[in-house]
Design a protein around this ligand. Structure first.
Ligand code: FRU
Length: 482
């Protein structure tokens, strides 16, 4: 495809692109979510942040808190780069038993483990702790170093069976995840190494080893690891392996699968300390073009938080993602058509909105071989289409829009989730598009930067015949005209 940048005028992260429910910083650059944890009724979101500009640099941990995972209050920067190192990605744990001795049993410390990126490119794992709910932090220093570069992104959990903390981190350019164990979070010993395996078309980053249940309640272990480049549509991507973990080593029992079929879901990690569910979120961006999007007051936003679990399917266990249940309560019902039936070459406007903010649940039942899809127009311009092509066994998300950046526009295809009957939850939040197909078994996550103006969602049919049921549509309350 060729594009003429001169005719494309919309600048990413313009004021009308600011999402309502997806976290975006007040100003400046963000990338990976870090240190996600639920503590005393508050969700903490730390994030890779440049406090001094809209491009990557001076990496520090920004900080925001929320009671419902959707409305965030940004707090002062939590961990700032210093003369020694920039603060790269990492995690937080609550040291409830005070194994580190850095708090007291009555006031257990909140512990951050992160990568210090030193001037000479060496990366070491460092610890900081907070005794006041993450508001202020004391840097403790290095707890693990191999004196090598490209050794980063620790994610830690408590493993009760072996009574130890377990840390997963990457040897990025070796395509390996290394596991370390510790009794006290301060001294670490190597347990095992996993990889190279699965997709290795780029460096590995931001791993997480986690336990997830399937739909019958059986527990499995999942190792998630991102890569850049080498993603399914160029640039960044994320893959996961399902397998076993015995307290020492992870062994995959399935081939690697892609986690998301859009281009913008990177560096997901879960919230620690959420007792009854597993929730994660990711940076909604792709290193292929993220640093070209820096001409606004801020750059980057997160995905919605998603509850995740495994489900048994024809192609083995699949990681299923659904938006957190808190989302069901925030927006109000929109008046819409309830059901439409279309034949070849028809199209109908399903919804007409003042801005790209929508949470809609749709189901489609189509005659065999029907090719049909949804398209979104903002201010009369086609922004994206999502098309189901049963004969090609694919679903294709085509991102168009008025933004030009290498790799941004294009067709992003995934295997067709189901034939005949299909359910789709579509979430639009100004510059965020999240599509959950087949009850979350397949997800497309992409940022888009629409023209400002009225928004129309169309259903179109290229061949065959399609019935579409609109099960529900919600959106922000519209201010009455004055
Ligand atoms: C992933 C990543 C991490 C690193 C951080 C630096 O996006 O490259 O591997 O810790 O971002 O900002």
């Amino acid at each position: 495809m060729t594009h003429d940048p001169v005719t494309l005028t919309v600048q990413p992260y313009a004021p009308h692109h600011r999402p309502l429910l997806h976290f975006a910083p007040a100003k400046n650059w963000i990338n990976d979510p870090n240190g996600l944890i639920f503590l005393n009724g508050e969700y903490h979101l730390f994030f890779q942040h440049n406090p001094h500009g809209t491009d990557w640099g001076h990496m520090s941990w920004g900080h925001a808190v929320s009671k419902d995972l959707l409305h965030w209050e940004e707090l002062p920067v939590a961990l700032e780069e210093d003369d020694q190192a920039m603060i790269f990605s990492g995690c937080c744990v609550l040291d409830a038993e005070n194994t580190s001795g850095l708090g007291t049993p009555l006031h257990p410390p909140l512990i951050a483990l992160y990568t210090g990126h030193h001037r000479n490119e060496i990366q070491s794992q460092q610890l900081a702790y907070s005794l006041d709910q993450g508001r202020t932090w004391t840097k403790y220093g290095i707890v693990l170093t191999e004196n090598i570069p490209d050794f980063r992104d620790p994610k830690v959990f408590w493993h009760p069976e072996t009574q130890q903390w377990v840390m997963a981190l990457v040897l990025a350019s070796e395509h390996q995840v290394v596991l370390y164990g510790s009794a006290d979070l301060l001294s670490w010993h190597k347990l095992s190494t996993f990889g190279p395996a699965g997709h290795t078309g780029g460096i590995w980053e931001v791993p997480e080893l986690l336990r997830l249940s399937d739909d019958s309640g059986q527990e499995h272990w999942v190792l998630k690891v991102d890569l850049n480049p080498g993603g399914p549509h160029g640039g960044s991507g994320c893959q996961y392996f399902v397998g076993h973990f015995d307290g020492q080593a992870f062994a995959a029992t399935q081939e690697a699968k892609w986690l998301d079929h859009g281009k913008d879901f990177y560096a997901a990690i879960t919230f620690a300390n959420t007792a009854d569910r597993t929730v994660w979120l990711a940076w909604m961006n792709n290193w292929q073009y993220a640093r070209d999007h820096i001409h606004s007051t801020y750059s980057g936003h997160m995905s919605l938080p998603r509850e995740i679990h495994l489900e048994q399917t024809e192609s083995g266990l699949v990681l299923v993602q659904r938006p957190v249940r808190e989302l069901d309560g925030v927006w109000s019902q929109l008046q819409t058509l309830q059901q439409v039936q279309l034949n070849a070459l028809d199209q109908v406007e399903l919804l007409h909105l003042p801005a790209a903010a929508l949470d809609a649940q749709l189901s489609f039942s189509a005659t065999p071989h029907s090719v049909y899809g949804l398209s979104l127009h903002c201010d009369g311009q086609l922004e994206w289409t999502l098309e189901f092509q049963p004969d090609q066994e694919t679903t294709v998300l085509t991102r168009r829009g008025q933004v030009w950046q290498e790799g941004f526009q294009g067709k992003h295809a995934a295997p067709l989730a189901a034939k005949g009957l299909l359910d789709v939850r579509l979430i639009l939040d100004h510059s965020a598009l999240e599509v959950f197909v087949d009850s979350g078994k397949q997800v497309f996550t992409e940022a888009f930067f629409p023209a400002e103006g009225l928004v129309s969602l169309f259903l179109y049919v290229k061949s065959g015949s399609v019935k579409c049921q609109i099960e529900g549509a919600r959106g922000p309350a519209v201010k009455p005209e004055t």
